[in-house]
Design a binder for this molecule. Sequence first.
Ligand SMILES: Cc1cc2nc3c(=O)[nH]c(=O)nc-3n(C[C@H](O)[C@H](O)[C@H](O)COP(=O)(O)OP(=O)(O)OC[C@H]3O[C@@H](n4cnc5c(N)ncnc54)[C@H](O)[C@@H]3O)c2cc1C
Length: 362
Amino acid sequence: MKHLILLGGGHAHVHVLKALAQEPLPSAQVTLVSPYARQIYSGMVPGLVAGHYMVDDCVIPLAPLAAQAKVTFVQSAATALDARTRTVSLSNGQSLHYDALSIDTGPVVDRHAIVGADEHALFVRPMEDFVVQWDDLFALTQQQVLSVVVVGGGAAGVELALAMQYRLGERARVSLVTGGPPPLPSHPVRVRSRALRALKRRGVTVLEDACTAITQNHVQLGRGMRLECDSAVLALGAAAPPWLQRSGLALDERGFVATGDSLQSTSHPEVFAVGDVASSASRPVPKSGVYAVRAGPPLALNLRRFVAAGELQPHRPQRVALNLLACGERRAIASWGPWSAEGRWVWWWKDRIDRAFVAGYR
Ligand SMILES: Cc1cc2nc3c(=O)[nH]c(=O)nc-3n(C[C@H](O)[C@H](O)[C@H](O)COP(=O)(O)OP(=O)(O)OC[C@H]3O[C@@H](n4cnc5c(N)ncnc54)[C@H](O)[C@@H]3O)c2cc1C
């Protein structure tokens, strides 16, 4: 019997688990490896920070999902992968051999990208740590007014800065350090203007500069400014997990797994990779949950066919995706290509989509 390992409980793998619960793989033993027994859905984290959700509203429990799919759940993290011997080493000391491997472990935040960050900053990933640290930070703001600096001008940084300023109100001064360009550099211009207006409305100070160092009480910016800071929150872009470096898998220039149209590694066909941990020269897509979700059905199909030695199907993701950006209060900005809209109704729409996504896996 073949052994298929699902590494990570990310957006695509929860779909694979659901598909396996509906139709088991007859000729394979399947193992899910993930460090936490639940998956916090990132799309709802800004709403959690803003106080619209409890953490339980935002989680997909992995263990019951695996049990329904008759998949063995190992609560641990991959620390090394040897593609030559087909072995995954885990943080609990176990080594697992596979015939087929699917990687959906998401990105990591580079804790050493900014001097002092590892020691003094809060990181948005792993999200399990972030939600605990956010609770602690919230509790601290009930005792004293704090200066909070969110570092990262992408969607996560903008949403978190808005959510924090909304939730903390007079209890904090929130700044957003973008890294240099204006916030949301890869979004359409009208979305950027809408987000800038939202940041202004909420009173978030936007600093278009790079953060070069973080100390216990300050954030140092590239052009010389030194910001007072009680808590720095790092929402930097996606970095590749370091354990891939020596795996022997073909990686792109940033260290993500190079994959082809069938979602297989370009060097090792028995290895599949999807979501933020994967990259593709022929179908480049942004690193985002939407694209990770979309990879779920073709991945489930191709894993099934691979195990049965069938013909794999190419996955060609749509170039355009619906983008929904939470604005702290119950408002959101929607965009689809160049079209955009905003308001309370967009928040209501986003809330419906997000709750339905999580509910679909419970
Ligand atoms: C605050 C915030 C808000 C966001 N909002 C949105 C949004 O609204 N829309 C959107 O499209 N994108 C959003 N994103 C981006 C989105 O989170 C990512 O693009 C998405 O999570 C990628 O999905 P994934 O399946 O690749 O990985 P993930 O969702 O990160 O899942 C990875 C899984 O692998 C597990 N794992 C990690 N390391 C290991 C290991 N070594 N071994 C085994 N398992 C491991 C993790 O615990 C997790 O279960 C947001 C990001 C943040 C930080």
